[in-house]
Design a protein around this ligand. Structure first.
Ligand code: SAM
Ligand code: SF4
Length: 323
């Protein structure tokens, strides 16, 4: 039987010639943790419930974006697994014509409980954020997290067959001694561990670079760049004595040239760049009588707003925009 390819209406290309095929959907501004570099310890006002997009509104945007060539959707937050009904949302996203991959970024603390249901709903990839393998330091960084819950989440995700990646933000003076344990984790579990340069929207904090991390690891390991069939534009991969490691280095090696993303915030702002607060208010359109073409137009507008890079918005709130 031949299956007809979905019709793509007006494939999305921005003013800089980049094809947009990836949507990051931040479904909540709430989180059970308080990673100090992401979210203030004292929660600032949470978004009123009425301002948060309902799942049917998110799915409508995904469905229309998929008809324009968006084939990958990542559900993020805040912490997506604290939001009720997330499994059903994943199922509805996976059912949208044109969506080939549904992925999740999570802090992993509730992943053990959700992994089987998420797999059955159509999720295929999980990125688990974990900055240290030391339980005390983990609590210090996250304010309240339990390392064992995250490790159990990673194991459960692997058991049900997800492609799992671990993302660790490099925090100078805190977790740079964790590079070796993370390499050991990558090897032991045969997963990719990616080290992320800390982004600070005010650009006034210290950060540890990809080169510093590679220099540190080179003392004990042979490290070679890895060439893969379908590389992610924002990740640089290396083989580290048989362990697969990656770097996401927005500060020392920006990857804006290959950026293929749009973002939808919990309160319905369609943003084309993490660094910029330029956006289209798609919620306003969703909540008045509208047609698919109105939403398509909003998606096109957001794409047109996409800057080549920055300038960095100093008020960005990572837990709201979705990392
Ligand atoms: N709560 C989920 C989690 O932690 O995976 C999803 C949302 S969180 C905002 C997504 C990612 O953004 C996490 O990997 C987190 O470490 C990363 N992140 C948050 N603030 C960051 C910052 N200032 N610099 C670099 N990465 C950051
Ligand atoms: Fe929560 Fe994720 Fe931000 Fe940590 S990084 S505070 S887990 S949203």
């Amino acid at each position: 039987m031949t299956v007809e390819a979905p019709k793509i209406l007006n494939r999305l290309t921005d003013r800089h010639g980049r094809t947009i095929n990836y949507l990051r959907l931040s479904i909540t501004d709430l989180c059970n943790l308080r990673c100090f570099y992401c979210m203030p310890a004292e929660i600032v006002e949470k978004l009123p419930h009425s301002e948060i997009l309902r799942y049917e509104e998110c799915v409508e945007v995904v469905r229309i974006a998929a008809s324009m060539g968006v084939s990958k959707v990542r559900v993020t937050g805040g912490e997506p697994l604290v939001k009720r009904g997330v499994v059903n949302l994943v199922e509805r996203i996976a059912a949208c014509t044109g969506v080939k991959t549904v992925a999740l970024t999570t802090n992993g603390s509730a992943l053990a409980k959700f992994a089987p249901r998420l797999r059955d709903a159509g999720l295929t990839r999980v990125n688990v954020s974990l900055d240290t393998l030391d339980a005390r330091l983990y609590r210090r960084i996250t304010g309240r997290g339990e390392l064992n819950d995250v490790l159990a989440g990673i194991d459960a995700a692997l058991t049900v067959g997800f492609a799992v990646k671990v993302n660790a933000v490099l925090l100078p003076g805190l977790n740079t001694d964790d590079l070796e344990p993370f390499v050991a984790l990558a090897r032991a579990k045969n997963i990719e561990v990616r080290f992320i340069e800390r982004m600070t929207f005010k650009h006034d904090d210290d950060y540890f670079t990809q080169d510093q991390a590679l220099d540190q690891l080179s003392v004990n390991h042979r490290i070679k760049p890895l060439v893969v069939e379908r590389p992610s534009p924002h990740v640089r991969l290396f083989d580290c004595d048989g362990a697969r490691i990656g770097f996401i280095s927005p500060r020392s090696q920006p990857f804006c040239d290959g950026c293929n993303k749009l973002r939808l915030t919990p309160h319905g702002q369609l943003r084309a760049c993490l660094a910029s607060n330029l956006h289209v208010d798609v919620r306003k359109i969703l909540r008045r009588p509208h047609t698919d073409e109105d939403i398509r137009q909003a998606i096109r507008q957001a794409t047109v707003l996409k800057p080549h890079s920055g300038p960095w918005n100093t008020e960005a709130e990572m837990w709201r925009v979705g990392g």
